[in-house]
Design a protein around this ligand. Sequence first.
Ligand SMILES: Nc1ncnc2c1ncn2[C@@H]1O[C@H](COP(=O)(O)OP(=O)(O)OP(=O)(O)O)[C@@H](O)[C@H]1O
Ligand SMILES: [Mg+2]
Length: 468
Amino acid sequence: MADSMLIIEDEKLLGDELKRQFRRDGWEVAWVQNLADARRVLLGAEIAPLLILADMSLPDGNSLDLLVEMRQASVPGEWIFLTGFGVVPDSVRALRLGAYDFLIKPCEPERLSLIVSAAARSARAQRQLQEEAASLQEHFGPDAFLGSSPASKAVRDVIRQLLLVPLTALILSGETGTGKGLVARILHHSGQRRRGRLIEVNCAALPPNLIESELFGHESGAFTGARGSRRGRIEQADGGTLFLDEIGEMDISLQAKLLRVIEDQRFWRLGGEQQVEVDCQIIAASNQNFEAMVSHGSFRADLYHRLNVLSVELPPLRSRIEDLEELVPVFLAHFNAKVGKNVRFIPDQVWARLKAYDWPGNVRELRNVLERCVLLATDETLPSHWLRLGSALPTLAGQQGSHMTIATDGSVSLQEIERQIIDGVLNSVEQNVSKAARILGLTRGALRYRLQNQGMGPDSGEVETRNG
Ligand SMILES: Nc1ncnc2c1ncn2[C@@H]1O[C@H](COP(=O)(O)OP(=O)(O)OP(=O)(O)O)[C@@H](O)[C@H]1O
Ligand SMILES: [Mg+2]
């Protein structure tokens, strides 16, 4: 199907000429002579023009107002304005409203063709992004794991294969922010157990003394304070998926019980007298190295071998930096839509910095950086001074000789300063919450509370912590 274009032009001769020119170039062209008809075409279902070539003043009004109206109605398409008399304020307004270009008549056909093809490329890219963003939110297919690098393609291939078989257990490993949570969702929502529930348990977020009853459930009176009987998370996952995040934090004695659940597919509630049968797939994730945990004795070798029948290792972003080409536009489109902005120009030196950075927080860090930039952008260009990649964060190297500079001109809020300090300390101790809490003079619980407040806690989907 040919791409379609809408021409809004009341001069019959010119309209007809433009129509013929672009039909020759392979476009499907609709030509209207006033705003009312243009509105009907744009809001109708017949064609969805990729491009709108509009005269500025029309018998029933100014086409800039139609652009505003269409943007408000989220009608996609790039707009190119053609006008007989170059009114500077109009051209400024047009570009500010997000028009692709503003041309003064008469315009050479060759030049117009060039601009039209460039605008079409941009419109196609935007359309693709919108479709991708929509499908990302709607369903977690294997393609929700983005990235054009060979490493990311390999991850998608493995996911596709895993989706075909009924899993019992699987290990997901990879640094923080590499997409373990995302892959777990894909494996559940597109997998054989998608009709069951996806039950997530973050082993680092639960106090060790609660985690057992949380997982296994209990009968009334099983322990002090156990009022009534309760189904545990394992039972809730029956028929679905149990996602054990940060499994490295799980107590070693509990690991033995978990192994028995996987092997027997049945277990006892705490204080229970009958075994409960369960049939679910178990996905275990950690950003620590499993083999290292096994050799340190903090992870049972038998559980590791049982889980590790299948495993997916997610590569760090720095080792597949070409993925930025795909990730950056998609995240920009996402945050643009979220906050109603249109940041789309990325200066070359910004690209260079993004590509040179080593991304210790991986894709999550990239998302956070882009979210901040979109939020604070004042025009359509990604603001380089809000990147603040690594080096701009306070470098708190443990307790020795570390410092940070704080602007006191009111440009930084107290909350932001707190966030930076916590972030800096966590970075300096490789996200180890216990160590960070010690440096900050807080208890682990108090630090977790602040992380939550700062939107950096596990529940917010942002920085999750490990090694507590
Ligand atoms: N390849 C990818 N394509 C699209 N989005 C991604 C990709 N990888 C990660 N993300 C997004 O980045 C964010 C962080 O990913 P996720 O929470 O899955 O990381 P994680 O490996 O579970 O990290 P942690 O170990 O800290 O829990 C999420 O918003 C996720 O959707
Ligand atoms: Mg995670």
